[in-house]
Design a protein around this ligand. Structure first.
Ligand SMILES: Cc1cc2nc3c(=O)[nH]c(=O)nc-3n(C[C@H](O)[C@H](O)[C@H](O)COP(=O)(O)OP(=O)(O)OC[C@H]3O[C@@H](n4cnc5c(N)ncnc54)[C@H](O)[C@@H]3O)c2cc1C
Length: 403
């Protein structure tokens, strides 16, 4: 059996699901995507793409769209919340291209989704299909949808996000936990803040119980900001998805004036609650598996959630291409390769929440002193992360590819 004879149903048309669909199709599978929404959508805002992710997307034939819409930040700059003092700087481009053969990029999420979707036939994306159940049949899998449709296929891939219905069907219901953090997110037309003279890079401001990141997206026409603050509870009656600019400004009251200027220049501000789950011990049941936030949601404090979903899709395609005669075995291999790596990133992302939000005092001073001499954010120190090769699927057990 070759991958060409495998039928795959991907549930969810987000960044992870569509990347998997493109990669699986290129590996020879017959792929259909089932998305609950009436159209493909990504909530506004930006996304950071490390070279581990952009290299995969470029390899899938998507370089032209990335180069057209994406921004190549020259570096990252970490600053102190109150006085803007530099805590750490690290170069990004062109160093990432030299080291890893692909740039670090910042993009508007909707642009990124459209770029990935452009690599997949629109007629194989079935919109308005909300999955309600899936089961392994031993020699394949069956998925069924709220609209009454049922699909029998060789492999089902649940790429349906943190509230995954596929995950619930395979492993039982478990509510994600509120992570004690909310984000204020906005986009600012750059002409409104031209006088700030911002470098084409990513700036990260850290302070007590909060941090804020900003970078350019949409060919450099918009500045994206996301500011995280800690909260004990998330209460839908109190919080709405759209926050007022005043509320965001109040959350960063007392911070460096540049922060207030940027927030105030946005037309609207969205609020986003962060949810969390513990790592799963396994992702697959027979001919059904999971990828992306469906199986490993992570705090976005390594900027790797979507990047890891992209890696999942490429690895899954490589495993099914190599093991098409035994799809269930190929899914186990995929899971073995991916689990240690994403679990490590989940843990690192959690640790960064504490590290970024230290109250002023001895621990914060020790962190700042360490950052002043360390180069842990430099691309050459992140070889294990950025040098990932999804085609390297030989090891049956042990370290993840790219380690
Ligand atoms: C504020 C914030 C900033 C972030 N920044 C970054 C960053 O800079 N870099 C990075 O790499 N990651 C970042 N992330 C993480 C990243 O956004 C996620 O990890 C990524 O979007 C997950 O992609 P996914 O395809 O797995 O899931 P999703 O994007 O959630 O897509 C799931 C899809 O499945 C569909 N769906 C859901 N249920 C069903 C169903 N029952 N039937 C059919 N379809 C269904 C949904 O409509 C959706 O289209 C950030 C996250 C947040 C919250």
């Amino acid at each position: 059996m070759t991958a060409r004879s495998l039928n795959v149903a991907v549930i969810g048309g987000g960044i992870g699901g569509l990347t998997a669909a493109v990669a699986l199709r290129r590996a020879g599978c017959a792929v259909d995507v089932y998305e609950q929404a009436p159209q493909l959508t990504e909530v506004g805002g930006g996304i950071n793409m490390g070279p581990n992710a952009t290299r995969i997307l470029r390899g899938l034939g998507l370089a032209e769209g990335l180069d057209r819409e994406g921004v190549r930040p020259a570096g990252t700059h970490q600053r102190r919340w109150q006085d803007g003092r530099t805590l750490q700087r690290a170069p990004l481009n062109p160093l990432c291209e030299e080291l890893y053969g692909a740039p670090h990029m910042t993009l508007h999420r909707a642009d990124l989704l459209a770029i990935i979707a452009s690599g997949f036939p629109a007629e194989r994306i079935h919109l308005g299909h909300r999955l309600v159940g899936v089961t392994d049949l031993g020699d394949g899998a069956e998925a069924w949808f709220e609209n009454g449709e049922r699909v029998r296929t060789d492999v089902v891939v649940g790429a349906d996000g943190i509230h995954s219905a596929v995950r619930t069907a395979l492993f039982g219901a478990e509510e994600p936990r509120f992570a004690g953090c909310v984000a204020y997110r906005g986009l600012v037309p750059v002409e409104r803040i031209a006088d700030l003279g911002l470098e084409i890079g990513s700036q990260s401001w850290v302070g007590p119980g909060a941090h804020l990141v900003h970078y350019f997206v949409s060919r450099g026409r918009l500045l994206n900001f996301v500011g995280w603050t800690e909260h004990d509870t998330w209460n839908r009656e109190d919080w709405t998805d759209q926050a007022t600019i005043e509320r965001a400004l109040a959350a960063f009251d007392g911070w460096h004036p540049q922060i207030g200027r940027i927030i105030a220049a946005a037309d609207t501000c969205f609020i986003w609650a962060l949810f969390d789950r513990d790592p799963l011990p396994r992702w697959s049941v027979g001919h059904a598996t999971l990828l992306g936030d469906a199986c490993h949601p992570m705090y976005p404090f390594m900027g790797q959630g979507a990047a890891q979903a992209i890696e999942d899709g490429a690895t899954l395609a490589a495993c099914l291409a190599a093991g098409a005669g035994d799809p269930a075995g190929a899914l186990r291999r995929y899971e073995q390769l991916r689990l240690p790596r994403v679990t490590r990133l989940q843990e690192m992302s959690r640790a960064n929440k504490t590290r970024f939000h230290l109250p002023d005092g001895p621990a914060q001073q020790a962190r700042d002193a360490e950052w002043a001499k360390a180069t842990d954010r430099s691309p050459d120190a992140l070889r294990w992360l950025y040098n990932f090769d999804p085609e390297r699927i030989e090891p049956a057990t042990g370290a993840a590819a790219g380690d």
